[in-house]
Design a protein around this ligand. Structure first.
Ligand SMILES: Nc1ncnc2c1ncn2[C@@H]1O[C@H](COP(=O)(O)OP(=O)(O)O)[C@@H](O)[C@H]1O
Ligand SMILES: [Mg+2]
Length: 258
């Protein structure tokens, strides 16, 4: 087995008296989709924010590609190929879909874009628009599009930064069953090394960490899944192991039906 791309070790996050993450370990494989699930309030977003650098953990460390990045800013992590999306959409509503994607690409180029590289960006953006089936809305302002398409644009923005690791926080949030199925299909495609969006620097399919409330979605697409409940890691394994784990079943039984 190859080394994990991302390893979080012993992550603890306290908010006053509340322990939102209690000594959590997590590994993200360099290929494919890894899942992080748990009921509402389990600590998923807190851990996600530790990985992206938005939260400083009370204790614990994060390693990426063999380097300790615990003290790196979110910006530095992004520059190193870690790209994230938000549970609530954070798009430039007054800009078109195409311009949102182009802006994401430009922001990811060290030192800014000049001359010839502009055409590289447009080519990448065109490919992402085609792969995510956004052609019909490419000229529309994102603020006037439904959430289902907004989610796809957000995925597109992340892909336009040519990430090595894609961090998705509840990508199915606000989507209906049909939109979720569509998102799943596209995500599986663009993260498959055989079908990845190709960029000129040779970066292929990104690895993915997907934080999700929708257990079915995660079970369908992830190779490995970590489960949190009340800030603790209660399980970690392949979908079939996790699905039949009594602690996981108990955690989700305590949930009101979505
Ligand atoms: N900035 C914060 N300050 C205080 N408490 C927080 C903060 N962020 C999250 N929490 C609390 O930490 C716990 C875990 O929250 P969160 O990580 O958002 O869970 P999840 O994403 O799994 O729903 C919850 O009890 C939440 O209220
Ligand atoms: Mg959350």
């Amino acid at each position: 087995m190859s080394e994990p791309l991302l390893t979080a070790s012993g992550i603890t996050v306290r908010f006053g008296g509340l322990v939102a993450n209690d000594n959590i370990d997590l590994e993200v494989a360099p290929v494919g989709i890894t899942g992080l699930i748990g009921p509402n309030g389990a600590g998923k977003t807190t851990l996600f924010n530790v990985l992206t650098g938005l939260n400083r953990p009370t204790s614990g460390s994060v390693a990426y590609d063999g380097q300790d990045i615990s003290r790196w800013s979110p910006h530095r992590r992004a520059r190193a190929g870690m790209s994230r999306t938000f549970q609530r959409l954070e798009l430039f509503g007054g800009m078109t879909v195409r311009d949102n994607l182009l802006a994401a690409w430009e922001a990811s180029i060290p030192g800014g874009v000049m001359g010839r590289r502009q055409s590289e960006g447009r080519q990448l953006v065109d490919e992402v628009i085609a792969r995510l089936q956004l052609g019909a809305v490419a000229g529309r302002q994102t603020g006037e599009l439904p959430t289902g398409i907004g989610r796809m644009v957000e995925l597109g923005r992340a892909l336009c930064t040519r990430p090595r690791l894609l961090l998705l926080d509840e990508p199915s949030s606000g989507l209906d069953a049909k939109e979720t199925a569509h998102f799943k299909e596209i995500l599986v495609e663009v993260t498959d090394p055989e079908q990845a969006v190709q960029s000129e620097d040779g970066r292929g399919a990104p690895a993915v960490l997907m934080v999700e409330h929708d257990v079915r979605l995660v079970m369908d697409v992830c190779r490995m899944i970590t489960v949190l409940d009340f800030g603790k890691r209660i399980a970690c394994g392949a979908p079939d192991e996790v699905r039949n784990d009594p602690a996981v079943i108990a955690a989700y039984l305590g949930e009101p039906a979505a």
